[in-house]
Design a protein around this ligand. Sequence first.
Ligand code: COA
Length: 325
Amino acid sequence: MTVTRSIVLGCGSYLPERIVTNAELASRIDTSDEWIVQRTGIRQRHIAAEGENTSHLGLKAAQAALANAGVDAQSIDLIILATSTPDNTFPATSVDIQRGLGINHGVAFDLQAVCSGFVFAMATADNFLRSGSHKRALVIGAETFSRILDWEDRTTCVLFGDGAGAVVLEAQQQPGATSDRGILTSHLRSDGRHKAKLYVDGGVSSTQTVGHLRMEGKEVFKHAVGMITDVIYDAFKATGITADDIDWLVPHQANKRIIDASAQKLRIAPQKVVLTVDKHGNTSAASIPLALCDAVADGRIKKGNLILFEAMGGGFTWGSVLLRW
Ligand code: COA
């Protein structure tokens, strides 16, 4: 008996043109390249131009993913955009992207789980596809975090950047084994008791302002590795797959120290970890598809490889997705 799996047909990404180096930040605020690199691994980030919004970044990533998959936009019947930085309070930014792609059938909606957004969106799309209600999905992570940063706050503004990434998923029949292509398992968690550790101090209903990102960095760090590894162990338990079987860990790119510590705890070798945090900073929901596209474009990720996504972010939210390319 076969099972329905969500197979990745292709991926694409987009980064705004403007690169802001640590040295440029150090010329404006009291920080240094050395401090930022040593604590986070970040060397530069891309920042969206004035008038360049999340929908513009997301649309370009979606177009690149469709081209890479070799499929027509009209064949897409589901679009899920993971973002915490929508163009407008409403309508959903995904609907703008849908219009930009010339699609007026099917469904598009936004999903908000901050830095875990892409993992949550992949798991959600997988459920739609496996239920049989939809056939081909675009899953996008797109963010303009530069718009919610307090550029006077050196403890947060050095960490984030803008960008977008996307994948095309298709429902296909597979034998029903761990050797199947596609998403094999996903595990999502959230715990609102941690809200005050990472949040934006504004919002439509509370302050009628956009607000700025606020974070207790040490507290986030303290919880990150445990939460990340917990949901990865859940994926291993559900499938019988072990760390040794993993070809590529594609983690949320928040901080090199968190990524290194998580991989070490899981006993995944550093050469199997895709790292882009140095070039992109933390692009929240866009960071995993951006890293994924890098490793696909340069030939590291190949058909049949076993790939593990993990993320943790504001809420807290955290999750993992295990898939075969
Ligand atoms: N440049 C220079 N100095 C800085 C600085 C910066 N950009 N930001 C903070 N500092 C200073 C602090 O003011 C502090 O100085 P003090 O000792 O004189 O008070 C010192 O550096 C140490 O600050 P601290 O906050 O203890 O540093 P840290 O080792 O915890 O590193 C983070 C800070 C943010 C890099 C780290 O906590 C972290 O990575 N947290 C996780 C953040 C994250 O990944 N969030 C996203 C999750 S999705």
